[in-house]
Design a protein around this ligand. Structure first.
Ligand code: NI
Length: 196
């Protein structure tokens, strides 16, 4: 089942998520829906807060990037209760986009390498040392479970430049080919009615 994607400005995207307990009812179904949503929306990663659940879960399938980044070949992972335990001092700038921030792509500076501890879909403990594009994708999704988006990493000036665009996003004025939940809809407003 496709889960509508929550759009920038919604409070679900701005609060830290809670750990998940093994055996939680409905978890397997939810995970299946996460994958379906990610693929249908043409994303290479999706975090639970982006579909309105504040739990520490994200999924990544970076294999679409394999042509440009060979390390991404076959990198398909479920991250449960992840914690980034180490970040390199060296930083790199790469361009990012997000299903919750459609139409906006910005250069973001992040640590070049990270170590992440998590449980996989079989609840087996894993530790991975990642660099380059994989470190990038993982940090982007990890941000979501911490209540952040890539916008938080931009300079004050850059945020000021984007202000109108972000406001338009929150009102639903953007192109998308997947179902979304707008920030305004939490007040009971029906998207597309009563708006401009
Ligand atoms: Ni994102």
């Amino acid at each position: 089942m496709f889960l509508p994607v929550y759009i920038y400005g919604h409070p679900a995207l701005g609060r830290p998520s809670a750990d998940i307990s093994q055996g939680e009812e409905g978890f397997d179904d939810f995970l299946r829906d996460m994958w379906e949503t990610m693929y249908e929306a043409d994303g290479l990663g999706l975090a639970a807060p982006q579909v309105g659940r504040n739990i520490r879960l994200f999924v990544i399938d970076a294999s679409v990037l394999a042509e440009d980044y060979p390390a991404c070949e076959g990198f398909k992972r479920v991250f449960i209760n992840a914690r980034i335990t180490e970040r390199s001092r060296e930083r790199v700038v790469m361009n990012e986009g997000c299903l919750s921030i459609p139409g906006i792509h910005e250069d973001v500076s992040r640590p070049e390498r990270v170590t992440i501890a998590y449980k996989d879909e079989n609840w087996v403990d894993r530790v991975e040392h990642l660099e380059g594009m994989l470190a990038r994708v993982v940090q982007h999704e990890y941000d979501h479970i911490e209540g952040h988006t890539f916008i938080d990493h931009l300079s004050t000036l850059k945020k000021r430049v984007l202000k109108k665009k972000l406001a338009a996003l929150s009102r639903g004025n953007f192109q998308r080919n997947y179902r979304v939940v707008l920030p305004a809809s939490r007040a009971g407003r029906v998207p597309g009615k009563g708006g401009k």
